[in-house]
Design a protein around this ligand. Structure first.
Ligand code: ADP
Length: 208
């Protein structure tokens, strides 16, 4: 059934649940969840890093991922020739508990919106879509996203959460993506994003 039950909605939107165990999932609503946690500690197949276009490491979640993974990650990233805004590239995870890291480059909100008000959202959606495509190409079954662009890149959390959740929904609903991903986790770090996802997830899940 496509109609979410109250309990499945609650499970999917509870931010305090621990989501590291790999449970088999039956319905679309059991696939998507959000958790407030340190992404470098998640035992999922892959995590998505909010990188910058050089891929050489930075602050925020990028810095946390590079320091937890070790120097080898930075070395592998240096061979990738950077990454365009809205695109995604995959590497090994080295000392991290996940198997792979997908590096995506989010839009710098004010720079892109000055060019065209629609650009930040289309680029942010592209980050989520490209990351999911790369994950599926690499046979990943579970994926955890950092809240791309919502840190120093200045994307308002509320709008970022709506775009992120809706783009994931669109991807999972494509017939060719059925049964590819078993788990998609929005890994939140700060209260502002927790509030944003608490609102965005039930809204978007209504349309599953
Ligand atoms: P960007 O440059 O794309 O804005 P930032 O790293 O500045 O990237 O921020 C992206 C998001 O990552 C922010 O919402 C921030 O709260 C979050 N973040 C920072 N450290 C971690 C971490 N260890 N685990 C998960 N998320 C984190």
């Amino acid at each position: 059934s496509k109609i979410p039950t109250v309990s499945s909605l609650y499970r999917a939107t509870s931010l305090r649940q621990t989501t590291t165990e790999r449970t088999p999932v039956q319905s679309l609503n059991d696939i998507v969840s959000a958790v407030r946690y340190d992404i470098t500690k998640l035992e999922v197949d892959c995590i998505v890093n909010a990188a910058n276009s050089s891929l050489l490491g930075g602050g925020g979640v990028d810095g946390a991922i590079h320091s937890a993974a070790g120097r080898q990650l930075t070395r592998e990233c240096a061979t990738l020739d950077g990454c365009e805004v809205g695109d995604a590239k995959i590497t090994s995870a080295y000392h991290l508990p996940c198997k792979k890291v997908i590096h995506t480059v989010g839009p710098i909100y004010f720079t892109e919106s000055a060019k065209d008000p629609e650009r930040p959202e289309s680029l942010l959606r592209s980050c989520y879509r490209r990351s999911l495509e790369v994950a599926v190409e690499n046979e990943m079954k579970s994926i955890a996203f950092a809240a791309i662009s919502t840190g120093v890149y200045g994307y308002p959390s509320k709008w970022a959460a709506l775009a992120a959740t809706d783009e994931v929904r669109k991807f999972l609903e494509l017939p060719e993506n059925k049964n590819k991903l078993e788990r998609v986790i929005f890994c939140i770090f700060e209260v502002k994003d927790e509030i944003a996802y608490e609102r965005a997830l039930p809204w978007v899940l209504r349309f599953f």
